[in-house]
Write a protein that binds this ligand. Structure first.
Ligand code: DON
Length: 578
């Protein structure tokens, strides 16, 4: 059976929203089809530490703190803070995320949940009109879309409980980058281009990022004095001072003047939470990943469990892609149906991550044809997300590890700046399901489990992960919204097949997320024979001119300690080994 359906406009539209930098010209598409190659990265035997992040200055900030005697956790604070300065489209103080930590001393794995939460005045219908329909873009473009930030609390917890240096020392590189400036890179320039009209009308933003209302040329020095002052105040008074006192009062006043509903009580009530990571086995490897309120770990483990019912090494390349895509379809169906904040709803994690449950799903995968998503029990429609958000991976000389994925949600969050603070306001509330079955800004749907409630954390796809074999360990993760779980799934499979960090981040990508029932492929991801073969199996193949994600990979060999690290060639990032 060959399905040929019109592609949902929503999906194409959603892709258009995300990441202009990843839209390729015809010549670039042709080049990409010929090969997708990673930036050159050394595999180095001398081993003290390795960091892969989305920006060279952020990687350098982490290395600086390691050289000053910090450990991977101090470096994580430095990299996170620096990313908020040099890649403000991707993450920042007003956002949130997940830090997955491994402490070498006692082998402890822990997940720091720094996800934003809904303000106390939020309610489940806040983005609906009087007829009960979502008001277009209200959750994305207005201050109502902002969740209570988690990143400062997450950094505070990481620094205080796991770090070795005073947080002020780890914040120093970010302060310097904000105060003295940094050279504009291609990716940030492209993100600014995409928002230029709006930013030109916003003096707080234009002052820092534009020149006479225009986006500056590459290499122009970008300074952010207000953000520098905010960071200096946090360095002086402690990262937790974000949540109470003078800064908190100013932030709340600023957000309310933009039409938001935050209160000082909301900020004071916010806590970063330590959660047990999810742990599973796949082909002799130990997988450690993020639990709810991220869907990442559940999805990754469910996908790997489904795939463990097949011998991927024994099938041809086309069948391998088909089986992985069919697994993605099933794990994303369950994400839409069952996942939400575990402190508010009961999430069937044990069932969804059980090999027996996966065996049942695997039994419905046919090698000769697809099972269309409409024939899986489930709900509504979903669509793609692009490359905002950020991820970094660190391993230090003691074997401590950090995989951290941080976000404001869309590029620059809502695009609104809290006056006088230099902070862009996140629009993470859009990750909630504003009405069961109705798609959000990127077309993702959810059910009751992810409905809005005061104090609740919105469901995430962020998947910071460790993959451990007897010989090696990989620290991995990426931005990319609904694409993230699949990217980490492929990265895990590629790692276990012995691929290098550069090969893992450079591999062309394919993706399926249950609904819309479309197999998406980057230019160069499918050979002609694979495309025809997948269509013959019943896949609706959509090959666009876009690439997605920004994987950051650090691998260490256990015996020699040698590192192999790579930043995704799709972004501006850099992996460094020192
Ligand atoms: O938490 C999530 O799943 C999303 N807020 C992540 C957003 C993202 O990766 C942006 N990509 N376009």
């Amino acid at each position: 059976m060959i399905l040929r359906r019109r592609l949902p406009a929503l999906l194409l539209g959603a892709l258009g929203v995300c990441g202009a930098v990843n839209v390729l010209s015809a010549a670039e598409v042709a080049a990409a089809r010929a090969s997708v190659t990673a930036k050159p990265v050394a595999t180095v035997a001398a081993h003290h530490a390795a960091i892969a992040s989305a920006h060279p200055e952020a990687t350098a900030a982490g290395l600086e703190v390691l050289r000053a005697g910090g450990n991977a956790f101090d470096a994580a604070v430095a990299v996170a803070a620096a990313l908020g300065v040099v890649d403000p489209a991707g993450s920042g103080l007003s956002g949130g995320g997940f830090f997955l930590l491994h402490r070498a001393r006692d082998g402890k794995d822990i997940l720091i949940d720094a996800r934003e939460m809904a303000p106390g005045a939020a309610n489940r219908d806040m983005f609906l009109d009087s007829a009960g329909n979502p008001v277009p873009r209200l959750s994305m473009d207005s201050a109502l879309g902002a969740g209570i930030p988690g990143e400062p609390a997450g950094m505070a917890l990481v620094a205080a409980r796991y770090g070795r240096l005073p947080a002020a020392q780890s914040l120093a590189p970010a302060i310097r980058l904000a105060r003295q400036g940094f050279a504009l890179t291609p990716r940030l320039r492209a993100e600014l281009e995409a928002r230029q009209r709006k930013f030109a009308d916003t003096p707080d933003v234009a002052r820092n990022f534009l020149r006479n209302g225009a986006v500056p040329e590459l290499g122009v020095i970008i300074r952010q004095p207000e953000l520098a002052s905010t960071l200096e105040s946090l360095a002086k008074n402690g990262l937790d001072s974000f949540y109470r006192g003078e800064l908190a009062r100013r932030v709340v006043a600023g957000v309310r003047s933009l039409g938001g509903i935050w209160t000082e009580q909301d900020l004071a009530a916010y806590r970063a939470i330590e959660r047990e990571p999810l742990v599973a086995q796949y082909r002799g490897a130990r997988i450690v990943s993020a639990p709810p309120p991220s869907s990442g770990g559940v999805g990754l483990i469910e996908g790997l469990n489904i795939l463990s019912n097949f011998d991927l090494g024994a099938v041809d390349a086309l069948t391998r892609k088909h089986l992985i895509i069919e697994s993605e379809r099933r794990l994303h169906r369950d994400r839409a149906m069952y996942l939400g904040d575990p402190d508010f709803v009961s999430v069937p994690v044990a069932r969804l991550t059980s090999p027996d449950y996966a065996a049942g799903l695997a039994a419905s995968i046919h090698s000769a044809h697809v099972l269309p998503s409409a024939n899986l029990p489930g709900i509504g429609a979903g669509a793609a997300q692009g490359p905002q958000t950020t991820h970094f991976s660190i391993i230090d000389g003691e074997g401590n590890r950090v995989a951290a994925t941080l976000t404001l949600n869309f590029s620059f969050g809502s695009g609104l700046m809290v006056s006088g603070t230099g902070m862009f306001l996140n629009n993470e509330m859009d990750d909630f399901s504003m009405k069961p079955g109705v798609p959000n800004g990127y077309g993702l749907v959810g059910q009751e489990a992810n409905a809005i409630a005061p104090g609740k954390r919105m469901l995430s796809s962020m998947t910071p992960t460790f993959v451990e074999t007897p010989d090696k360990v990989m620290v991995v993760g990426s931005p990319g919204g609904s694409f993230i779980i699949g990217m980490v799934l492929f990265a895990t499979l590629d790692f276990l097949d012995g691929r290098s960090a550069a090969q893992i981040v450079g591999a062309p990508r394919i993706h399926h997320q249950y609904l819309p029932d479309v197999l998406m492929a980057e230019p160069g991801a499918l050979t002609d024979a694979e495309r025809t073969g997948l269509q013959a199996l019943g896949h609706t193949v959509q090959e666009g001119n876009r690439r997605w994600g920004n994987l950051q990979v650090v691998i260490q060999e256990r015996a020699s300690g040698a590192f192999d690290a790579a930043a995704d060639p799709r972004g501006d990032g850099v992996a460094k080994i020192q």
